[in-house]
Design a protein around this ligand. Structure first.
Ligand code: PHE
Length: 347
């Protein structure tokens, strides 16, 4: 027994010296102190000994067991604390670094342009009016001189709702609301979303934005209108923009026109935003049709007026050099962040 204990101690020492991971330690523990471990076997052999020797070696074995267990525990603590230190080194965080800096949120380019337009128009004495997105057939079509079976309705297909309303196709509905509210002379603009059942492409979207304007007074002429609109475009683009005007049909104006501006994205050379025309249709305009004035009880013999509807999305595209309308409506943060203010740069 004496010899066996000696051998066991030696064996333990060499194994222990090679042990440098928690897994190794676990193995060692199993091999020596486990249920079928070497030490346990020796304990079992005690029964074969003489009774008085049994006590002696029993005690000796218990001491060995304790010394092994102590060594193992000590080593385990060492290894654990070394592991923690290494982990701390590899996972070092510098808590004094500034945090991740997302830029501040900002207004969407469409809102930026809309607010700017509102400023320009209110500086010229225009009232800003709102209208509902869900509109009645009367305001969107009927009162604007599109009778129920008139083929002109085909130009503006929309989404008809179950409640007898429709999604407005044009902010022109606001013209009627404005004239119902105010007797002439009046100047009103109405910006907002409009909807059309249209196929999506680089310059068309089923949801887009317009700003409507109407001015009714005595002796308002086409010349007044053209001068006015060119001036407004100049204010928006902060330079004189090249425009051209051609006849356009809208049932609620007579005569009616479409105003185009030279494409600022390609400088008139032709691109996807202007469908290679070099010009973009930016607004519809004309003198308010006498039938429309009649509908709202304005005497067409004493008063005349002009109205216009500007596509805000197209203005934003020209202004910020955005070649595809889908970018404006896609919700892609890479577009939005170009308009936001980086942290640290705000006043
Ligand atoms: N409402 C017309 C459109 O959506 C634009 C327009 C407005 C034309 C006012 C003339 C006068 O196309």
């Amino acid at each position: 027994m004496e010899e066996e204990i000696k051998q066991l101690k030696k064996f333990f020492q060499t194994s222990f010296a090679k042990c440098n991971s928690l897994a190794d330690l676990d193995g060692l523990q199993q091999n020596f102190l486990g249920r079928k471990g070497f030490l346990t076997l020796l304990f079992k052999n005690l029964v074969n000994l003489d009774v008085n020797l049994r006590g002696k070696y029993g005690k000796g074995l218990n001491q060995v067991k304790k010394s092994f267990a102590d060594l193992l525990t000590q080593k385990k603590q060492e290894l654990e604390s070394k592991g923690r230190q290494e982990q701390m080194k590899s996972e070092f965080y510098d808590f004094t670094l500034p945090s991740h800096q997302d830029p501040y949120g900002s207004l969407h380019p469409i809102s930026l342009i809309s607010y700017e337009l509102e400023d320009i128009f209110s500086a010229m004495g225009f009232e800003i009016m709102d209208g509902p997105h869900m509109e009645s057939d009367y305001y969107n079509f009927e009162a604007l001189n599109f009778p129920i079976d008139h083929p002109a309705r085909d130009m503006q297909d929309t989404f008809y709702l179950d409640n007898n309303l429709l999604l407005r196709t044009q902010t022109s509905a606001i013209q009627i609301r404005a004239m119902e509210m105010h007797k002439p002379p009046l100047r009103v603009v109405g910006p907002g979303k409009v909807f059309r059942a249209e196929r999506v492409d680089a310059s068309h979207s089923p949801v887009f934005h317009q700003i409507e304007g109407i001015m009714v007074d005595r002796q308002i002429s086409v010349a007044n209108m053209i001068y006015f609109l060119k001036m407004v475009l100049g204010k928006i683009f902060k330079e004189e923009v090249q425009t051209r005007i051609r006849p356009g049909y809208f049932p609620f104006v007579e005569p009616g026109f479409e105003m185009e501006m030279k494409c600022l994205i390609c400088s008139g050379k032709g691109c996807s935003a202007c469908k290679n025309a070099g010009w973009v249709e930016i607004l519809g305009c004309g003198l308010v049709h006498p039938n429309v004035l009649g509908k709202v009880g304005v005497d067409a013999k004493s008063y005349s007026g002009f109205a216009f509807g500007v596509g805000i999305d197209r203005l934003a595209m020209m202004r910020y050099n955005i070649a595809d309308i889908r970018l404006l409506h896609g919700g892609d943060l890479r577009l939005a962040y170009q308009f936001s203010i980086p942290r640290g740069n705000h006043k």
